[in-house]
Design a protein around this ligand. Structure first.
Ligand code: ATP
Ligand code: MG
Ligand code: MG
Ligand code: MG
Length: 576
């Protein structure tokens, strides 16, 4: 490609709404152009990156035995009614009507359509397993579209769906995808972590996110440097935390009247000392109802009056609880305990919560009373360690760095990540809802066992930039750079020697299969170098009269601080 014919349009200033560096740099480098909130044109320079991402994804999906198709972006609502998602999905699902006032959706993902294909086309167990994927436009009416391609409303996702005859098959399909994902993210040349993610009502461990590590990531990742534990925050919060647990032989059910449990009941259940002075503690329940959903445990947490007025203690807002905590006095509790303690709650404990006070308070185990009408109970209490001062308290999540890890092999560390991929075992959730069956070996119809697997194709370049940039611009990993090499001839319009050498090297590199761009725009060296440093082409070769007289060109990797003189004929070894 020659720059004079290509579309190079760089900007000095980033747009005012670009908060993160990838958004700033992609806009300045002329890779994307905003059309509306969360809606971008992929400009030629940006599209080259996206196409390279797609090519790697496609190659590895094919290698793993998945088969490509393309499902419609605009989908009739009927299928979405079958699973209930037409209503359930809420405002993220973009619904439109045609001229006959029929409802349609713009696909945010495609479980319904692919399950419809399977129930029509896959009739027998002999046709299984199958994995169908597409690399297609998606639309999600995100509440806060931001950060450019990172959280767009229109974006490209690779979504794959596996169909198996039984659970064992589905798990094998899931593992094959998880392995393919590792190969894909290895090839991108990014630092990433595969972390356990919440598998929702289905349970089990078969949900992992692939997170590119970056300080600006929207997700918190909890991992343990001394073991292989790694989970996203949601998962880390929902797993029962470590710490004293009731011994198996102990009764696990409290008297179902809140506030009426005895000291012995609760201390026995929780296996904790009666009172501790703490700033924080975690309460957890892993009780599930028959549908596999977490059931709430109603908890009153009583904090003993110390040398301060209980009403002055501030407690951090607990994520997921709209009502938060407040101090109050409840005659019932006063009567039961014969004291006027401050207390928090009641709160419905559906997942573990960390409670953080702005100063040390005494907490009595026997006054953490938990039981609801069905007799569900608290299953874990993790006495907290000292935490930062109140200003930081508002930001604290339920799991904090330094907590013991769930596998008991070290302390937890928290870092931030960008979710670029997600593999998920679905079970029969969609096949049952849509009555998608095949004939089993026993001649009876059975529901497909499914999995779904997504990669944020257009989010990935943004994640790559968050991880690879400097003050001058982007530094692309070779695998997804818009061009691998840029040839920068100096004075090409003046010097026949430079022009001839540049054209010759350009042809040689092209012939060797190198993705090379020749900058023949006639820009001054400073402006030309600044453009390619901003755009982030990893390898640069400068040709000048002076160098060519000695038979040399200057090679510089985007990460190098200075150039290396290289024989014009030897450049291939540097860029391939
Ligand atoms: P997030 O938690 O960031 O909202 P998600 O969990 O809703 O993502 P999935 O449904 O798992 O996303 O979709 C698969 C992949 O699609 C994600 O891992 C992510 O890489 C990508 N993706 C999701 N939403 C967006 C978006 N708004 N813009 C760009 N890519 C997205
Ligand atoms: Mg989302
Ligand atoms: Mg997510
Ligand atoms: Mg996800």
């Amino acid at each position: 490609m020659k720059a004079s014919r290509f579309f190079v349009s760089t900007l000095k200033e980033a747009p005012a709404d670009a908060e993160v560096v990838s958004h700033q740099l992609m806009t300045r480098a002329g890779m994307i152009k905003k059309l509306g909130a969360g809606i971008y044109t992929y400009m030629p320079m940006g599209l080259r990156v996206i196409r390279k991402v797609e090519a790697i994804v496609r190659e590895e999906m094919n290698r793993a035995g998945a088969v490509e198709c393309a499902m419609p972006v605009v989908q009739p609502s009927e299928l979405w009614q079958e699973t209930g998602r037409f209503e359930k999905m809420g405002p993220e699902l973009l619904r439109i009507q045609d001229r006959h006032a029929r409802d349609f959706v713009i696909q945010p993902t495609s479980e319904e359509v692919v399950t419809d294909i399977a129930r029509q086309e896959l009739r027998s167990y002999k046709q299984l397993p199958k994995n169908l994927y597409q690399i297609q436009t998606k639309f999600r009416d995100e509440r806060r579209p931001r950060f450019g391609l990172m959280r767009g409303r229109e974006f490209t996702m690779k979504d794959a769906y596996s169909f198996d005859r039984d659970q064992a098959g589905a798990k094998a399909s899931y593992q094959a995808m998880a392995e393919a994902y590792r190969r894909i993210f290895d090839r991108f040349g990014l630092t990433y972590r595969a972390v356990a993610a919440d598998s929702g009502a289905i349970g089990g461990d078969l949900s992992e996110e692939f997170q590119v590590i970056a300080a600006t990531g929207e997700d918190a990742i909890v991992y343990c440097p001394t073991s292989d534990y790694a989970a996203n925050m949601e998962k880390a919060e929902s797993a029962p935390p470590a710490g004293p647990r009731p011994a198996a032989s102990q009764p696990r059910t409290l008297t179902p009247t809140p506030g009426k449990a005895t000291c012995a009941d609760v201390a026995g259940l929780l296996g904790v000392p009666l009172a501790r002075t703490v700033k924080s503690l975690v309460l957890a329940t892993d009780e599930l109802n028959e549908a596999g959903e977490a059931v709430g445990v109603r908890v009153w947490l009583l904090l003993l009056r110390g040398d301060h007025d209980m009403n002055e203690i501030k407690v951090s807002k607990v994520p997921g609880l709209d009502n938060g905590f407040r101090f109050a006095t409840v005659p019932e509790i006063e009567e039961h305990f014969g004291a006027k303690p401050g207390y928090l709650g009641p709160l419905d404990l559906k997942k573990p919560v960390r409670i953080v006070a702005d100063r040390e308070v005494a907490v009595m185990a026997d006054w953490i009373c938990g039981a609801n009408q069905e007799g569900h109970h608290i299953t874990g209490v993790n006495w907290g360690r000292d935490l930062p001062e109140p200003e930081a308290v508002a930001d604290l999540r339920n799991v904090v760095a330094g907590d013991p890890s769930p596998d008991g092999r070290g302390e937890l560390t928290i870092e931030r990540g960008i979710e670029v991929g997600h593999v998920f075992y679905l079970g029969t959730k969609y096949s049952k809802a849509m009555n998608a069956t095949f004939l089993g070996e026993d001649g009876k119809p059975a529901h497909f066992e499914m999995g779904c697997y997504g990669i944020g194709v257009t989010r990935l370049p943004a994640a790559a930039i968050e991880q690879n940039h400097d003050e001058r611009g982007i530094i692309w990993p070779d695998a997804i750079a818009p061009f691998t090499v840029v040839l920068c001839p100096i004075g090409m319009d003046r010097s026949q020697e430079v022009k001839a050498a540049a054209e010759k090297l350009y042809e040689e590199l092209l012939a060797a299969g190198v993705d090379v761009l020749l900058d023949d725009r006639g820009e001054r060296p400073g402006a030309m170098f600044a453009d390619w440093e901003l755009i982030g082409v990893p390898h640069r070769v400068v040709l000048s009269d002076r160098g060519l007289k000695e038979g040399q060109v200057e090679y510089q990797h985007r990460r190098d601080s200075s150039a290396t003189k290289v024989g014009a004929g030897d450049i291939l070894a540097y860029v391939k």
